[in-house]
Design a protein around this ligand. Structure first.
Ligand SMILES: [Zn+2]
Length: 117
């Protein structure tokens, strides 16, 4: 029986997960409904249009973002267990625009708030 901080559930419309991959990049695990068909990186099967699935959006330490679409089962078996320090976050923190703007700066330069001057 392994013990990790991995939540036993996947993200829903109110809650996402935030973890880190082996290279220390942020990986935001977000619930999504697909607008088109995608190939799941876990099983190479198709995530169908309209399917309730999981979006893994990586915000790289050096800046830049990328995202992949996973089946929920594949994300639970493969994606989430591979992440470190996984914690639940409010889904409002994981909007795509927010994460893309987060990816415009390298990790060390991303303060949690903009300094006032
Ligand atoms: Zn899959």
């Amino acid at each position: 029986m392994w013990r990790m901080s991995v939540p036993s559930h996947l993200p829903d419309s109110r809650q996402s997960l935030l973890g880190f991959d082996i290279e220390g990049n942020e990986v935001w695990v977000i619930r999504g409904i697909s607008q088109k068909a995608y190939t799941c990186p876990g099983c190479y099967g198709t995530v169908e249009i309209g399917e309730d699935h999981v979006i893994a959006q990586t915000v790289h330490r050096v800046g830049g973002t990328e995202h992949r679409h996973w089946h929920r089962g594949c994300a639970l078996r493969t994606l989430v267990p591979a992440l470190r320090r996984v914690k639940p976050v409010n889904a409002r923190e994981s909007g795509r625009a927010k994460l893309e703007s987060r990816g415009k700066r390298a990790a060390g330069k991303r303060g949690r708030r903009t300094p006032r001057r």
